[in-house]
Design a protein around this ligand. Structure first.
Ligand code: ADP
Ligand code: MG
Length: 586
């Protein structure tokens, strides 16, 4: 027979502590959040052995008075909320009142603190949750919390600590997350006597660069949008840079760092078009929501939230990221920097898109990239435009020649440019198809001779189930035999493609989706597959006119910096870099 007995308080405390204080880094997070809630402007973190030895957090916040010191170590004691109403509108990072007591239960804890109206500070010492003494101490103001030997009294847990460098990695992750979301606060971090971070107060954008480095600084795009019950702002990486893991992703809801599936999905699908699915973008995004639109009381570590209008928030985030990603071609800031003519160039950039569009209008017909002998007039107008305009007018400059059948070599003001012809054209075709598809006006081109295509029974049923989608994508067809489909028309942009491959690849893509409903995302995948078929193949000889047109079109097409699979479409080699090769100016 089993005997049910109440657990001793000490054990209950240790179990509860496990939830909040999973590892040294979670204790560090709680202490730093307490400092921020206390209004600190300077926070110093001192660690030994990745936090498995000592974790000290020192702040210049409002401090804790003598009486409150003892109370703060009891379970569920907090100064931050008082009633259920407060719980619905939480403005502080902490509110559960369990961090200090949980940490105290599994460590030797020392807190010294002094409020503004006290003559001197007080220090409290607790071991395994048992308060030993409280005595006067010297402290200028603010609070100093030191955790010694975390899990010293729970050997089972201590055994699961990873080596100090791994634990330090987690602590540094917490530190960076908190520093990035509080740019107006100074942060210092020391580890085993060495300074790791020293961050002075800064703008949000500069703090992002401090934490994420030069690569992010030179490749970031801005987000700033408002909507009915909130707003979003932040910086995201252009697809020029990406990471193999999710590590550099910071998303904050009302200042609180969170990890959320809805948000991850929204951002991932926004990058779907420009980044390979195994790569991750970098971002720092702040979402501000009305307090009643979000519930933060979901998880002890407070890194999960619940949205009242999850779907609307998902779509809003996705749209905002998409908008930032559709910024047309501009130069890397770092490459502009060293040129003397930097300032003139800046002003050129402001007009660049309108110029590119004008040029494109004048120099091309609706169907671009036709062989030049069908557009003699265009060749002339292009020649005139080339001679009248300097290379300064266009970011991607003018074509010089085609290299190895695969690349365009162009010259612009900063140096030379290499363009991957197939990748660039694929993006342009894809963007045009998407636009037509969104406007429900995919132009079709009848085939001179209809193309009969043999299909399997699986393919046939996919075609029958998705007739409307396929028609909207620009295909016109009838089923003539149980295993033959006759294609009468294809999207105009793809009229030169191999019709059979184009159609079958599209149908098989539909089969791969494995669901009967075709979403917008699915349609984009289909259009991307189709675009690949219509793109210029390597080794097709292009005229200078055709190459120039491609450059102009890239300048005025959103997302033209990457092909549909996220690879870059062009690369600048500046004169500075060329000078370096030849050791000039040394
Ligand atoms: P919570 O943060 O959820 O309120 P904690 O257990 O983390 O719970 O802290 C308990 C209380 O101790 C806080 O509500 C706050 O009043 C006080 N406190 C903790 N750390 C600090 C600090 N660094 N400065 C001022 N007050 C603090
Ligand atoms: Mg707290």
């Amino acid at each position: 027979m089993s005997v049910i007995k109440a657990l001793p308080d000490a054990i209950i405390d240790q179990i509860a502590a496990g939830e909040v204080v999973e590892r040294p880094a979670s204790a560090l997070k709680e202490l730093m959040e307490n400092s921020l809630d206390a209004g600190a402007k300077t926070i110093s973190v001192i660690l030994t052995n990745g936090g498995t030895g000592v974790i000290t957090v020192r702040d210049d916040g409002m401090g804790i008075s003598k009486d409150e010191l003892t109370i703060s170590l009891e379970r569920h004691t907090t100064s931050k909320i008082k009633s259920e109403i407060d719980l619905r509108e939480i403005k502080t990072l902490g509110f559960r009142g369990e961090a200090l007591s949980s940490i105290a239960a599994v460590s030797i804890l020392l807190i010294s603190s002094r409020t503004a109206n006290q003559d001197h500070g007080w220090e409290i010492r607790s071991e395994g949750g048992k308060i030993f003494d409280i005595k006067p101490t010297m402290i200028n103001g603010g609070t100093n919390v030191t955790i010694n030997n975390i899990y010293y009294n729970t050997p089972a847990r201590r055994k699961f600590l990873k080596n100090p460098s791994t634990e330090f990695g987690h602590c540094e992750g917490v530190f960076k997350t908190i520093a990035i979301s509080n740019p107006e606060v100074s942060f210092l971090m020391m580890h085993n006597g060495k300074e790791k971070w020293n961050l002075k107060p800064n703008s949000q954008s500069e703090r992002n660069d401090q934490i994420l480095g030069i690569n992010f600084r030179d490749n970031k795009l801005q987000i700033s949008e408002k909507f009915a019950f909130g707003s979003i702002s932040g910086e995201i990486s252009s697809p020029n840079i990406s990471n193999p893991r999710r590590e550099k992703q910071y998303f904050f809801v009302n200042g609180r760092y969170i990890r959320d599936r809805v948000i991850n999905h929204a951002i991932k699908t926004a990058y779907h078009d420009v980044l390979h699915h195994s790569r991750y973008p970098t971002y720092v995004i702040q979402l501000q929501l009305d307090l009643n639109e979000v519930d933060v009381n979901v998880h002890p570590a407070k890194t999960e939230v619940r949205f009242a209008k999850s779907r609307a928030i998902h779509d809003f985030i996705r749209k905002s990221v998409l908008k930032a990603l559709s910024t047309p071609v501009v130069f890397d800031r770092k490459k502009q920097k060293n040129r003397e003519d930097k300032l003139n160039f800046q002003s050129d950039l402001t007009n660049l898109n309108s110029q590119a569009r004008l040029y494109f209008k004048q120099a091309s017909s609706q169907d671009s990239l036709k062989p030049s002998n069908q557009n003699e007039n265009h060749l002339n107008s292009s020649k005139i435009l080339r001679s009248n305009r300097s290379t300064n007018d266009f970011p991607l400059g003018f074509a010089i020649t085609q290299l190895a059948g695969t690349y365009i070599l162009a010259q612009n003001k900063l140096g030379i440019i290499l363009v991957d012809i197939h990748a660039a054209h694929e993006r342009l075709t894809y963007e045009r198809l998407k636009l037509e598809f969104q406007q429900e006006s995919v132009k079709t081109q009848g085939l001179l001779v209809s193309a009969p295509i043999k299909v399997s029974s699986l393919e046939l049923s996919a075609v029958e189930d998705n007739k409307i989608t396929l028609k909207n994508l620009g295909f016109d067809f009838t089923c003539v035999f149980p295993d033959v489909i006759l294609i009468r028309a294809v999207p105009s942009f793809l009229k030169d493609a191999d019709v059979e491959k184009l159609f079958l690849d599209t149908v098989n893509e539909i089969i791969d989706f494995g669901s009967s409903t075709i979403t917008t995302e699915h349609c984009n995948t289909l259009l991307s597959t189709m675009a690949c078929h219509g793109s210029i193949r390597a080794n097709r000889k292009m005229t200078t006119l055709e190459m120039d047109r491609l450059l102009r079109e890239m300048e005025s097409t959103p997302r033209a910096n990457q092909c549909n699979h996220g690879r870059p479409t062009w690369h600048q080699i500046s004169y500075d870099e060329i000078d370096k090769i030849f050791l000039r100016g040394r």
